[in-house]
Design a protein around this ligand. Sequence first.
Ligand code: BDR
Ligand code: CA
Length: 309
Amino acid sequence: VLPVILDGDPGLDDAVAWLLALASPEVQVLGLCAVHGNVGLPLTTRNSGVILALAGRTDVPVHVGADRPLLRAPLSAAAVHGESGLPATGLPDPVMPPAPEHAVTFLIDTARAHPGALTLVATGPLTNVALAFRMAPDLPALLREVVWMGGSTGHGNSTPAAEFNALADPHAAAVVFSSGTPLRMVGLNVTMQCVATPERVEALRRLGTRSGEVCAELLTFYAGVYRERYGMTGGALHDPLAIGAVLWPELLTWQAMHVDVDTQPGPNFGRTVCDLYSVTGQPANARVAVAVQDEPFFERLLGRLAQLP
Ligand code: BDR
Ligand code: CA
């Protein structure tokens, strides 16, 4: 069983992702770390507790992390995720208050307690991870790996060049990509292929569970946003695919390459510049997902969510 920490900004696709992890016996979720992102930190913290309550879990702590990016002004994605970040009715309240230890301290202490074994799955801006790497320079080499939903080998979704999690803290992403930590990137180039179509949303609803109903409601809201913004018939399962990459790495095709994060002001601010053809000769600093098997991924996701209350 892989020990994992989930760091993110729930956020409706973070919620589906975290439910998937909490339902999966291959991983042991040691804690949730909230970060600013889709909505502000007080809401991502609260939503973390809501997700645990939905999963019926009281054994997983929530740790509160960074309330803003390292340098840039905070972004919000409330237009995509709703003002609360979890646009669904009938959500339970958090059962447990957040743990007193800061998320960054928790990341460091947990990595040191599991040298070489801890997987950190980040599905939001990388602010907490970058702060942890600066506070504990031994950390990048201590982790089994970081798996990040963010960036893209191609275009962006928040600007033509930048994906939201990268754009929301490009400097933090630059710290992580230059850290030498084992890193896998699950970017828009694959996540945009995994769409919660109306049939899939219906399949979630038919699970007949509260968590299935909530996921269906969240993804229905999300579908409206994706129709309007991107002309798509369903929202992309970005963050769940990052958990899928940990559970079922064989469903994606991985290519080692050098990735640079553009931190210069201008139209490419926040872009993950992926050296697909190795034209720079720079050594690879990440394994990047370049293809995904969407159908088996969704089938497995559905099967796991069926295990939850
Ligand atoms: C990413 O941005 C957020 O809005 C989603 O939760 C996901 O992590 C996709 O670009
Ligand atoms: Ca997210």
